[in-house]
Ligand binder design. Structure first.
Ligand code: XMP
Length: 512
C-alpha cells in the first residue's frame, strides 16, 4: 500500500491513478489526517503531493514527522518536495522565477528513479508548476537533475530512499512521468504489481459477505454504470439477499428502462422491482421551470418513491450505493468556507438515515475506469459498461422551461438519432458525453412548400477526464450537418438544430 499525502493539488487524484496503473494499491489522505491513516499499519511508501501554498508561509501544511521517522521511501512532488526539504532541515525560498508549464529537465547524475529511463547528460520534457525552490538541501541529498529555472529540479538521498521532484510526473504533459513513478514503486520500494481487478473482485466479495452477514440489501438502480456494477457484484457475493429497485421517473432516454430491466431480470436473473413512477414525477414537475426547483422536486420525490417501494418489500438492513473513490476522497480545504453550489446533485443521499439502513459501497475505492474494467469482468455487456454518464434528474434538465410528455417524446427521438450517428461514426468512446437538448424557443422554417414554426434542438458533445472540466467536441461540420438533417426530417416538432461550442468552465456540461 502506498499512502499519498494530499497538500491540496488539483491533480493529486492523478498520482493515485498512476500508482494504480503500475498495479499497486494506493490511498489518498488529506495531510491533516495522515497521522490517523498510518496509525494502524505503516504503508510501504509515501508520496507527498503538490499544493497551492508556499512552504515559507506561516502555518502552511506539513507532513507528520512520523513519515520521516518511518524508514519508508518517500517521493515528494512540487510542494511535497519543498515540505520534505524544509522538514528535514533544508531551506526553501519563494523564488523570483516562477515556472509554469513545459520545461526541459537535464539529468546530472545517476538516480534509481531514472533506471532504464533517463540518461545522464540528456534532456527530457516535464511539466512544472511551482513558485518555491529549495535553496539549501537537507543533509544527505544530492542534485540529480536541473532545469533552467530550477537548479534543484530533482534531488535525491539514495541512502534513505527520499526523492524530491519539482515537476509533476502524474500529468500527461510529463511524457515519462508514469514510468518514473513506476520506477519509484518497483525499483526503489521493491513493490510487486498485485493490484488487479481480479484480486479486487475477490476481496470485495469477501468484504461484502463479512459486512452483510445474513442481512438484506436494497440497491437503487439508476440505469447508470456504477449502480449496475455495484448490484451485480453484490449479487455475486450474497445472491438472493439482494433486491434491486429501479425507479423509472419517466425522464429516461429512449429504451433505457427496457434495457435495464432486461439486463437484470433476463441476463442476470437478479430480482428487480421496476417502479413506473412517471405519472407521479411528471405531475409534480408540471409547470416547473426553475432548474434548481426541478432538481429538488425530483430528488425529494425519488427518495419518497424509493422508500415506499422498499417498505412494500419489507425493508432491508443495508442500502447499496455505487459511490466512487473521487466522491470519497476528502478534499483539502484551506479557506474552510463552504464552496458555492452550482447545481444540487441528485442521488439517494439522505435515505439511509431516514430508513435506518447501513450503507454498502463496494466501489468506494475505485475510479470510474476501474469500475468499467470490473463491470466487464463481471460480464456486463461492453455497450452497457461504456455508456456515457447520465444525470440523475434525467431529461428534465435537458428541457429548459416546463416539461411535458410531448416534449420528452420529441427530445428522446432527437437524442436517439444523434447517438446513433455518433456510434456509427465510431466516435462514441472518444466522447465523454453527448446528448440533445430541447430549447423552449420556436423559430420559423420552410419545409417543402409549407411554413413551419417549431422548436430548436441543441446538440452537445464534450471531452473530459472527470466531468469537472470539459471541452466541446470538435466534430467535422459535415457530421453535424448530417445529424441536423436527419433530426429535422425525422422528428416532428423540431425545425432547427444548433451545436453548443461552450467549454466547462465557463459553461457546465448539462444545460441546467
Ligand atoms: P455539469 O452539468 O455540472 O455536470 O457540468 C457534470 C457531470 O455530472 C453529471 N450530472 C449529474 N449526475 N446527478 C448525477 O448523477 C445529477 O444531478 C447530475 N447533474 C449533472 C453530468 O451529466 C455530467 O456528467
Amino acid at each position: 500500500r502506498v499512502l499519498i499525502i494530499d497538500f491540496g493539488s488539483q491533480v493529486t487524484q492523478l498520482i493515485a491513478r498512476r500508482v494504480r496503473d503500475a498495479g499497486i494499491y494506493s490511498e489518498v489522505v488529506p495531510f491533516q489526517k495522515a497521522s490517523e491513516a498510518m496509525a494502524g499499519s505503516l504503508p510501504d511508501a509515501f508520496i507527498l503531493s503538490g499544493g497551492p501554498e508556499s512552504v515559507s508561509q506561516e502555518g502552511s501544511p506539513r507532513a507528520p514527522q512520523a513519515v520521516f521517522e518511518s524508514g519508508k521511501p518517500i517521493l515528494g512532488i512540487c510542494y511535497g518536495q519543498m515540505a520534505m526539504a524544509h522538514q528535514l532541515g533544508g531551506e526553501v525560498n519563494t523564488g523570483d522565477h516562477r515556472e509554469f508549464g513545459r520545461a526541459d529537465l537535464t539529468i546530472k547524475g545517476a538516480c534509481a528513479l531514472f533506471d532504464d529511463l533517463w540518461l545522464d547528460g540528456q534532456s527530457y520534457p516535464v511539466w512544472m508548476s511551482h513558485g518555491d525552490a529549495v535553496t539549501r538541501m537537507p543533509e544527505g541529498f544530492q542534485i540529480v537533475a536541473t532545469s533552467e529555472n530550477a537548479p534543484c529540479a530533482v534531488i535525491a538521498d539514495e541512502a534513505r530512499r527520499y526523492y524530491g521532484l519539482m515537476f509533476h510526473p502524474e500529468v500527461v504533459h510529463t511524457p515519462d512521468g508514469g514510468r518514473l513513478i513506476s520506477n519509484f514503486l518497483h525499483k526503489v520500494v521493491g513493490l510487486k504489481s498485485d493490484w488487479t481487478m481480479a484480486s479486487f473482485r475477490d476481496e470485495a466479495l469477501a468484504q461484502i459477505r463479512a459486512q452483510v452477514g445474513d442481512g438484506r440489501v436494497l440497491c437503487g438502480l439508476s440505469g447508470g454504470v456504477d449502480s449496475a456494477v455495484a448490484a451485480v457484484l453484490i449479487h455475486e457475493a450474497i445472491g438472493e439477499q439482494l433486491t434491486c429497485v429501479f425507479v423509472d421517473h419517466g425522464l429516461l432516454r429512449q429504451d433505457e428502462a427496457k434495457e435495464v430491466v432486461t439486463l437484470f431480470r433476463d441476463h442476470y436473473n437478479i430480482p428487480l422491482v421496476h417502479v413506473d413512477a412517471s405519472d407521479t414525477f411528471l405531475s409534480a414537475l408540471a409547470g416547473v421551470t426553475d432548474p434548481e426547483t426541478k432538481r429538488k422536486t425530483i430528488g425529494k420525490l425519488f427518495i419518497d418513491v424509493f422508500e415506499a417501494e422498499a417498505a412494500k418489500i419489507g425493508g432491508a438492513d443495508f442500502l447499496a450505493q455505487g459511490t466512487l473513490y473521487p466522491d470519497v476522497i476528502e478534499s483539502v480545504s484551506f479557506s474552510g468556507g463552504p464552496s458555492v453550489t452550482i447545481k444540487s446533485h441528485h442521488n439517494v443521499g439522505g435515505l439511509p438515515e431516514r430508513m435506518n439502513m447501513k450503507l454498502v459501497e463496494p466501489l468506494r475505492m475505485l475510479f470510474k475506469d476501474e469500475v468499467r474494467v470490473l463491470g466487464r469482468a463481471l460480464g456486463l455487456p461492453p455497450a452497457f459498461v461504456g455508456r456515457h454518464p447520465f444525470p440523475g434528474p434525467g431529461l428534465a434538465i435537458r428541457i429548459p422551461g416546463d416539461i411535458t410528455r410531448g416534449k420528452l417524446q420529441i427530445l428522446r427521438q432527437a437524442d436517439a438519432i444523434y447517438l446513433e450517428e455518433i456510434r456509427e461514426a465510431g466516435l462514441y468512446d472518444t466522447i465523454w458525453q453527448a446528448f440533445a437538448v430541447l430549447l423552449p424557443v420556436r423559430t420559423v422554417g420552410v419545409m417543402g412548400d409549407g411554413r413551419t414554426y417549431d422548436q430548436v434542438c441543441a446538440l452537445r458533445a464534450v471531452t473530459s477526464v472527470d466531468g469537472m472540466t470539459a471541452d466541446f467536441f470538435p466534430f467535422d461540420m459535415a457530421f453535424i450537418g448530417r445529424v441536423a438533417t436527419r433530426i429535422i426530417n425525422e422528428v416532428k416538432g423540431i425545425n432547427r438544430v444548433v451545436y453548443d461550442v461552450t467549454s466547462k468552465p465557463p459553461g457546465t456540461i448539462e444545460w441546467e
